[in-house]
Design a protein. Sequence first.
Length: 108
Amino acid sequence: MSEVGARRTPDYLREALLRPGAAVPPAWLVVSVATRDGKSIRGMRVTEDTFTLQMRDASNRFYSFRKADLASYQKEFNQSLMPSFENRFTASELDDLIAYLAGLRGGK
C-alpha cells in the first residue's frame, strides 16, 4: 500500500473506492458456495480444478471443497469482497483520501 500512488492513477483509486467490483482482476474472483449441510460461504477463489475448489473468506479463513459435495457453486464476476465507500465520505473527504493515496510513492 505504501506505493499505491506509483502504481495506480487517481481515477483508478476513485473507482476502486466507489465501485470496487468494476475492475477486479481475474485472480481475485469472488465465489459463493452452499454446502449440503446448509452453510453458505462467500470468498475469493484461491485455486480450482475440475474436482476441487479452494477459497478464502473475508475473515481470511481457508476452505477446501470437493465440488461433488457442494449443493451449489457460483462465480461472481465483477464483484469484490471490498465494500463500497460511496456513501461513507463527503466529496471533499473523498478527494483528500484519493490525494493522500496517490501521493504514496514508496521510498525511504
